[in-house]
Design a protein around this ligand. Structure first.
Ligand SMILES: Cc1cc2nc3c(=O)[nH]c(=O)nc-3n(C[C@H](O)[C@H](O)[C@H](O)COP(=O)(O)OP(=O)(O)OC[C@H]3O[C@@H](n4cnc5c(N)ncnc54)[C@H](O)[C@@H]3O)c2cc1C
Length: 283
């Protein structure tokens, strides 16, 4: 189908982009990897596309004492190509390898993925699992929103129509942290039927502390699994504690049934993915 007619603007600053977004029924255009199909299917017909291509300052990857900050226009291939991230945030580096296919990784962006809020997407899942904080800029200035509060449902966020995501901060990653990322998709590069990002620190007695287990593809939004985390936290990593966490996770999720997989299958996948992710972490 042909796209519905729209106006086009290519601002060079965040302030101009925000003003344009607020001027009418407008949509930001980043890599176009979700927006263009949506327009082509006429699921949306904005009056104005605000192309972020020339907006300055949104494509930086900054690694400092606060953690890793990804600008909204950072693409998957930028993350893949930045060798520093394998040390500064190995969980992110691993998860992004699973995003889509080569061509899409060359254009798809962090900001577009967060704003699109697909429940099976890797970046939103990593953001929630890692307690990331998003910066949103609107006409009244900037606000910070925890990733856990940003996602409100499938393709739903708290982003206002005249707000732009400018960056996301993943808090600092201790070197000794144990982590694992596992997902299952029918073909490599497809959206995950279910995926797990897990990490924990080890206390002086050798027990798991600060356990975080996040799930994608098995809920209406990315989320942490509090019961699974509690089942593992405070215990030494062992086949028993890992199995207990995996079982708790499978009972805790409420996955959808859709054309890709029934709910029971996704629930079983969650159990297996938690087991594999924590086993990888423990090794
Ligand atoms: C065939 C295919 C397979 C895919 N597989 C995967 C996968 O396995 N895993 C995965 O995670 N993703 C996958 N994707 C999604 C892809 O990786 C992109 O992340 C996603 O489509 C967002 O694209 P984009 O960055 O080009 O944003 P766009 O398509 O340009 O925009 C997406 C939405 O975000 C809004 N937006 C964009 N930038 C901002 C901003 N800075 N502030 C506010 N709003 C903004 C737009 O208005 C639009 O609503 C797939 C996509 C395709 C087409």
């Amino acid at each position: 189908m042909k796209l519905a007619p729209f106006q086009y603007a290519a601002p060079t600053t965040v302030a101009e982009a925000v003003a344009l977004l607020g001027s009418c029924d407008a949509k930001a255009l980043s890599g176009g990897q979700s927006l263009m199909p949506i327009l082509a299917f006429r699921l949306a017909a904005p009056e104005l596309l605000v192309d972020l291509k020339h907006v300055q300052g949104l494509d930086r990857i900054v690694i400092d004492a606060t953690g890793v900050t990804l600008g909204a226009k950072v693409r998957w291939c930028d993350i893949e190509g930045d060798a520093r991230l394998a040390v500064a945030h190995p969980l992110l580096a691993e998860a992004i390898k699973h995003v889509a296919h080569y061509q899409i990784r060359n254009r798809g962006t962090v900001g577009g993925s967060l704003a699109h809020a697909d429940p099976a997407a890797e970046m939103p899942g990593i953001a929630v699992a890692c307690d990331a904080v998003l910066t949103l800029v609107g006409p009244k200035g900037a606000r910070k929103v925890a990733a856990a509060d940003f996602f409100e449902g499938a393709l739903q966020t708290c982003l206002a129509p005249d707000e732009l995501i400018t960056e996301v901060l993943l808090p600092v990653w201790p070197k000794a942290r144990r982590w694992g990322f596992q997902e299952f998709a029918r073909r490599r590069g497809d959206f995950a039927l279910a995926g797990i990002a897990a990490f924990y620190d080890v206390d002086s007695e050798g027990r798991a502390a600060n356990t975080h287990i996040g799930v994608i593809g098995a809920s209406d939004r990315p989320r942490r699994l509090a019961l699974a985390e509690a089942a593992f936290d405070g215990k030494p990593a062992s086949p028993d504690s890992i199995a207990a966490a995996a079982r708790a996770a499978s009972l805790e999720v409420d996955p959808p049934s859709d054309i890709h997989a029934p709910a029971d299958y996704r629930r079983a996948l969650v159990e297996t993915m938690v087991e594999r992710a924590l086993t990888h972490a423990a090794r």
